[in-house]
Ligand binder design. Structure first.
Ligand code: SF4
Ligand code: SF4
Length: 460
């Protein structure tokens, strides 16, 4: 009743009154673009095929469905996801109300996966080809052919690209936190780790494999509360700072304090909603601090998250520098083992590397074009010392820390190597120190546009 009275669902009329499209609200813009590509809608949203946009997909209002479909020859349901819940329910509603007409849905569209504009143009062409042969769809057919040709060309140009599993950026500040968690798990065992949406969920993949569950943006602590009573170890929740402000502060932290939870929350304070391209937050570092930091982290210039948590009543709160793996391990272990009963929050601080590189790269390019000296830090592996056991790779997962053939003809195991993309975050060195690995890692300074003094020192 509420849905109908407040007109949450919308009907958009069209000249082809014998046809209709029922679409999930979120797909409406894509549908209009697809209709425009087929020459059946203008740029302002006026289309030829009537549309019922379900801005509320559950529950359906039977009267709205029957009213929209009455007198139509055929209706297409556009529903992402599987199985086809909406289509099945509409079929039942129409059958019960004795509304005739053909119902289409997954027979025209693919069952699972995104409904992008290309998929929608294909599906709509199939539907309209059966029920509206008077419509000229040649524009859409030509467009689809072009798309296919572009794909073939792209396939020819990029035949040798390897599959690229999703993972943290090179030098990401969140990677070291998972290295620390992996190290501590060797001592105290693996706890249940709840994650939510954000870059940190890459930590659930190899080589870290730290996530047990993943719930919506900012929901990790709320979800950890559900497993807490069944868990022998303190559950750990990992939340990005974007998720913290979006949802986590109330549904996670406030609720945990109210219910006297005893878990551990790690807030990844990278300064932005990073996974979507670094949108700013309440706690983003101030502009002037970012300008000064350039390629370094400016995340410590803002303490809104710490202040908010303290104000809310969190008593156990620590802020760590993510890249100090030894320190992060120590604080994390303390949080897991302390006698303190109540929520323990670790603020894992390190500004998003993507954002830092966006500041750094143009500045370096400008400096180099003016012939000015620039020093870049890069890490490396001494191939003579490397034993080839690759424990560093299993603890880091950095895409620029990889393997190469062993230069020693008497040894067959490939050795570790750092390739040129390294941004010098220092995690390799920290890991080998914290985990007492081999002494193969070295820190190098690459001097570009060297001065006479640099050249003279290099000759010594
Ligand atoms: S976008 Fe930022 S936070 Fe996300 S993986 Fe890249 S560096 Fe890390
Ligand atoms: S220092 Fe190590 S972890 Fe950091 S970017 Fe370079 S190779 Fe990757």
């Amino acid at each position: 009743k509420f849905i109908a009275e407040h007109k949450l669902n919308e009907v958009f009329p069209g000249a082809e009154s014998e046809l209709g499209i029922v679409v999930q609200g979120g797909l409406y813009n894509g549908l209009l673009l697809a209709l425009k590509t087929l020459g059946l809608a203008d740029a302002f949203g006026a289309g030829r095929v009537p549309i019922l946009a379900l801005n509320c997909v559950y529950p359906l209002v039977p009267e709205e469905i029957t009213q929209f479909c009455a007198g139509k020859k055929a209706v297409l349901v556009l529903e992402e996801g599987q199985p086809e819940f909406i289509e099945q329910e509409i079929a039942t509603i129409l059958r019960r109300a004795d509304v005739p007409g053909k119902l289409h849905g997954k027979d025209c569209m693919h069952m699972a996966g995104d409904y992008n504009v290309e998929a929608l143009v294909r599906g709509l062409s199939k539907f309209l080809g059966q029920h509206a042969q008077h419509l000229d769809l040649s524009g859409g057919t030509a467009w689809l052919q072009k798309v296919s040709q572009t794909k073939i060309k792209a396939g020819e140009l990029l035949p040798a690209l390897p599959l690229r599993p999703p993972g943290f950026c090179v030098g990401c500040p969140e990677r070291p936190v998972f290295s620390a968690m992996k190290l501590v798990a060797q001592d105290i065992g693996r706890p249940h780790v709840s994650m939510d949406v954000g870059c940190h969920c890459f930590g659930s993949f190899e080589p870290f494999s730290q996530g047990n569950t993943l719930l919506g943006y900012g929901m990790s602590l709320a979800s950890a509360a559900g497993v807490s009573p069944m868990s022998s170890k303190r559950p750990v929740a990992i939340m990005g700072d974007g998720g913290f402000w979006h949802n986590g502060l109330l549904s996670g932290v406030a609720s945990n304090l109210l219910n006297k939870g005893d878990g551990v929350l790690i807030v990844m304070k990278n300064g932005y909603a990073s996974a979507t391209g670094t949108q700013e937050l309440l706690s983003s570092p101030p502009e002037d601090a970012r300008m000064v930091a350039v390629g370094n982290s400016a995340a410590d210039a803002d303490r809104t998250i710490e202040d908010t948590l303290t104000g809310l009543g969190v008593k156990w709160l620590r802020t760590v520098n993510n890249y100090k793996v030894g320190e992060v391990s120590k604080v994390y272990k303390e949080a897991m083992q302390t006698d303190y009963r109540g929520l323990k929050v670790i603020i894992a601080e390190g500004e998003c590397q993507l954002e830092r590189q966006r500041r750094l790269k143009p500045e370096v390019a400008q400096r180099l074009s003016k012939g000015e000296r620039h020093v870049r830090v890069k890490y490396g592996v001494d191939e003579d010392t490397c034993t080839g056991d690759h424990s560093c790779i299993r603890l880091s997962g950095c895409p620029t820390l990889t393997v190469k053939d062993n230069p020693d003809p008497l040894r067959v195991d490939p050795v570790a190597t750092v390739i040129d993309g390294c941004v010098g975050c220092g995690l390799c060195g920290e890991n080998s120190h914290a985990a007492v690995l081999c002494p193969s890692f070295y820190r190098a300074e690459v001097v570009q546009n060297p001065t006479l003094l640099d050249r003279w020192v290099a000759k010594l």
